[in-house]
Design a binder for this molecule. Structure first.
Ligand SMILES: NC(=O)c1ccc[n+]([C@@H]2O[C@H](COP(=O)([O-])OP(=O)(O)OC[C@H]3O[C@@H](n4cnc5c(N)ncnc54)[C@H](OP(=O)(O)O)[C@@H]3O)[C@@H](O)[C@H]2O)c1
Length: 314
C-alpha cells in the first residue's frame, strides 16, 4: 500500500479508501450477502493495508465497520462517516447533528470520529449548512468528538461542483469528498486547484460507479454523447470505446483504467473503492497502485471527455 497525507489534517492515509456505501454497500445491496461477508470485506481491506474507511449513518454499515475494527488498535484506522442534513424547517437541526453523531459513535464503537462530514450537500442546502450546522460541527470538534470536518457533495444533483466552488471560498472544510472520473473530470479545473492551494484533503468518489465497471453501459453512454454532439465521432469509436482504453493502456479491465485515471490526478489524496466482491477489492487495490495511464491515452481521454461536466458515471 502507499500512504499520503490528507491535506491540512496531517492524517496519514492509504491512497485507497474503502467505501462502505455506493452501489455496493459492502455487498449488502445484493440481499444474498450476509453481515459476516460485509465484515470480511472490511477486514480484507485492512489486511491489504487500507486504513481509510468511509461509511455514513444512512448507509447502515457503521455497525459492520464497528464490528470489523473491534479489537484493532484505534489508531490503525481512519474513520470517516457522515450525517445526512436534517430538514431546514426542523425546529432543532443542531440537536439532530448531535444525535446522529452519538449514534455513529455507538455503532462504530469509538469515542471519536476522525473525519465527520455533512453528507450530500447540494447548492440549495449550502446556506443552511454553513449558518445552522457548522456552528454545532465546530463545537463537536472542540469537545473532541470529531477531529476534522468534511463535506460530501451531492454529485448526482450537482455534477459541476457548484456547492464546493462556493464553499471552498469560505474555508469551511478540512476535507471534501468530490465526484471525479474520466467521464466528468471537471473538478480538475473547478475544485482541485483551490483544494491544493488551501491544503484541503480530497477524497475521490464515483471513480468507477456503474458506467466504468460495466462495459456495455459505457458503450451506451458514449454512443449517446456522440448522438447528442457532446463528443466528436472522430474522437472515439462510439461502438467500442472500451477497446481503445484497454488496448492503448495495456490495462486488463475497464475499472483498472478508471482507477488509474483518478489515482494519478494531482489533487486527489484518496481514491474510494466500493465493492462487496473480495476479488474486485484485491484487483482494485492493485489497479490503484499501478502507474499512471500512458500520456497518449490521457490526451485522448482529455480530448474526448475533458470538457464534460454533467455526467456522473452512473
Ligand atoms: N455523496 C456521498 O457522500 C457519496 C456518494 C457516493 C459514494 N460515496 C462514497 O464513495 C464510495 C465509493 O462509491 P462510488 O459511488 O464511488 O462507487 P464506486 O466504488 O466507484 O463503484 C462501485 C460499483 O462498482 C462495482 N465494482 C467495483 N470494483 C469492480 C471491479 N473490479 N469490477 C467490476 N465491478 C466493480 C461494484 O460492484 P461489486 O460490488 O460487484 O464489486 C459497485 O457496483 C462509497 O462506498 C461511499 O463511501 C459517497
Amino acid at each position: 500500500m502507499e500512504y499520503t497525507t490528507l491535506g491540512k489534517t496531517g492524517l496519514k492515509v492509504s491512497v485507497v479508501g474503502l467505501g462502505c456505501g455506493g452501489p455496493s454497500r459492502l455487498g449488502l445491496r445484493d440481499n444474498s450477502n450476509s453481515e459476516g461477508h460485509a465484515i470480511g470485506i472490511v477486514r480484507q481491506a485492512i489486511d491489504l493495508g487500507i486504513n481509510f474507511i468511509d461509511t455514513a449513518q444512512s448507509y447502515e454499515t457503521e455497525g459492520i465497520v464497528g464490528k470489523a475494527i473491534a479489537g484493532i488498535p484505534r489508531d490503525r484506522v481512519v474513520i470517516s462517516t457522515k450525517k445526512t442534513l436534517p430538514d431546514a424547517r426542523h425546529k432543532n437541526p443542531e440537536n439532530e447533528i448531535k444525535k446522529g453523531l452519538a449514534q455513529s459513535l455507538k455503532q462504530l464503537g469509538t469515542d471519536c470520529i476522525d473525519v465527520y462530514h455533512l453528507h450530500g450537500v447540494e447548492p440549495k442546502d449550502y446556506d443552511f449548512a454553513r449558518d445552522r450546522l457548522m456552528p454545532v460541527m465546530r463545537r463537536l470538534r472542540e469537545e473532541g468528538k470529531i477531529r476534522f470536518i468534511g463535506v460530501t457533495e451531492g454529485f448526482v444533483q450537482d455534477p459541476s461542483h457548484q456547492m464546493l466552488q462556493q464553499s471552498l471560498k469560505e474555508n469551511l472544510w478540512d476535507v471534501v469528498m468530490v465526484g471525479f472520473n474520466l467521464l466528468n473530470p471537471s473538478a480538475r479545473s473547478t475544485v482541485f486547484s483551490t483544494t491544493r492551494d488551501k491544503c484541503v484533503g480530497v477524497l475521490n468518489m464515483f471513480a468507477v460507479r456503474r458506467a466504468l465497471s460495466q462495459p456495455e453501459r459505457l458503450k451506451t453512454i458514449v454512443a449517446d454523447l456522440i448522438r447528442k454532439g457532446a463528443v466528436s465521432p472522430s474522437a472515439m469509436n462510439g461502438k467500442d470505446p472500451v477497446d481503445f482504453m484497454l488496448r492503448e493502456s495495456s490495462a486488463q479491465t475497464l475499472p483498472e483504467v478508471a482507477y488509474r485515471f483518478c489515482r494519478h490526478e494531482r489533487g486527489v489524496d484518496v481514491v474510494l473503492t466500493g465493492t462487496g466482491n473480495p476479488e474486485h477489492l484485491k484487483a482494485n487495490v492493485e489497479s490503484i497502485l499501478k502507474p499512471a495511464l500512458p500520456e497518449p491515452v490521457q490526451q485522448k481521454l482529455e480530448a474526448t471527455f475533458g470538457k464534460l461536466d454533467h455526467l456522473t458515471g452512473n
